[in-house]
Design a protein around this ligand. Sequence first.
Ligand code: NAX
Ligand code: K
Length: 202
Amino acid sequence: MAACDQYTIETIGIPSLVLMERAALETTRLIEQLLTPTQVLVVCGTGNNGGDGLAIARMLHVHQISVTVVLLGDQTHASAQTKKQLQICDYYQIPFREELPEDLAGYDLIVDAIFGIGLSRPITGAYAQVIQTLNQAQASKVAVDMPSGLNANTGAIMGVAFQADLTITMAYRKVGQLRNKGPVYCGLTVPVDIGIYRNQSI
Ligand SMILES: NC(=O)C1=CN([C@@H]2O[C@H](COP(=O)(O)OP(=O)(O)OC[C@H]3O[C@@H](n4cnc5c(N)ncnc54)[C@H](O)[C@@H]3O)[C@@H](O)[C@H]2O)[C@@H](O)CC1
Ligand SMILES: [K+]
């Protein structure tokens, strides 16, 4: 998948931010159609999966759906696209918090945009605690691209993983969604077309 992203961005020339906007548009559309949420908690990391989450939060906000954004990690280390999405959220005066709200009972939807296919090591510490707390909430749960903590290649749990009801995944299903713990942690998996394509050699 990373090779397909790279090919689309570097060889075909579609900018990364365009793909992110398409990912967020498709995800927001499905969330609104399938779940009609009213109070949404969007939990973001600082990689591009988090950038998807920030764009989704902004699109829900523009559609007058109440959103709370939690940004985990050091935003000075955020990817370029995620920094851009933070600036756009600033324009819309969408505030973000660095920790989960005490009480999650008021949310009818939680969106997991902490880690996607860039997860590279087991999840520990504050990230692990956040995921465990989210898993206990009553709200519906949507994962952006991958449930955070699920290995995209193997379907193994990397310490802890977000337990999704619905996973909206970009372009193609990942191997890890179909193997091992993948089906259990993804819930229903829906691939969406965001303009990423593979060439014959990938
Ligand atoms: N490349 C692109 O242009 C696109 C990417 N997209 C999204 O971007 C995601 C991939 O983005 P990235 O490659 O930035 O990766 P992620 O956003 O999945 O995560 C990468 C970040 O997490 C950190 N990290 C990894 N494992 C960790 C752990 N266990 N504990 C703490 N930090 C950890 C890494 O150091 C890095 O900063 C996709 O899953 C998809 O959601 C989409 O927006 C479509 C376009
Ligand atoms: K995720």
